[in-house]
Design a binder for this molecule. Structure first.
Ligand code: GAR
Length: 195
């Protein structure tokens, strides 16, 4: 299964996929392209260090650059890519996204990073956790593939909560990719299942 992984920042989720491939936990998976919206992204360094093909994309050329890439892979992974994927790219290949909250809570336009964890703390919720879901034109609202739960601590800050969410993101992202590389999935209501 060939992946395009779309990034914009640190790239810890990208790294978790690279590591899982190297450890042969997802032996059917290879990363064909790493696409970044930001030429300074540390994620690009990680990609280059691992001999992966990298592409930097500008907002105005999103469709023309991404279309041929999407056509050449089997699955697109948004791993910290924050731009909305235009409608005309949504039907080419399945696209999954990792988000740092228990969707459908704390998602939607402009909700990323510490804005999400800050809103979780402000809400008073005692639990949190990341979500991996299929991308549709409903921002952060596509069918849910996997989630994992954790506690929100009394002394959590937006930064500490986000940092503790990261390892869980890595686990469920790799797990979702593994399932999708090994099985056919079905969308049942708002959920993705692997029958
Ligand atoms: C992750 O926390 C991911 O959940 C978030 O960007 C971060 C990327 O981290 N994505 C969103 O908030 C999408 N709405 P990384 O560059 O270290 O993988």
């Amino acid at each position: 299964m060939r992946l395009a992984v779309l990034v914009s920042g640190n790239g810890t989720n990208l790294q978790s996929i690279i590591d899982a491939i190297r450890e042969r936990y997802i032996p059917k998976v290879e990363i064909s392209f790493v696409v970044s919206s930001n030429s300074d992204a540390y994620a690009l360094k990680r990609a280059e260090e691992n001999g992966l093909r990298t592409v930097v994309v500008a907002k105005k050329e999103l469709v023309s650059v991404l279309k041929p890439i999407f056509e050449r892979v089997d699955l697109v992974v948004l791993a910290g890519f924050l731009w909305i994927i235009p409608d005309e790219l949504l039907k080419i290949k399945p696209i999954i996204n990792v988000h740092p909250s228990l969707l459908p809570l704390f998602g939607g336009k402009g909700m990323y990073g510490a804005r999400v964890s800050g809103a979780i703390i402000a809400s008073g919720m005692r639990i949190s956790g990341p979500t991996v879901h299929l991308v549709t034109n409903d921002i952060d609202g596509g069918p849910i593939i996997m989630q994992k739960c954790m506690e929100v601590r009394d002394d959590d800050t937006p930064e500490s909560l986000l940092e503790r969410t990261h390892p869980l993101e890595h686990q469920i992202l790799v797990e979702a990719i593994k399932q999708m590389s090994e099985k056919k999935y079905k969308i049942v209501g708002k959920r993705v299942i692997f029958p």
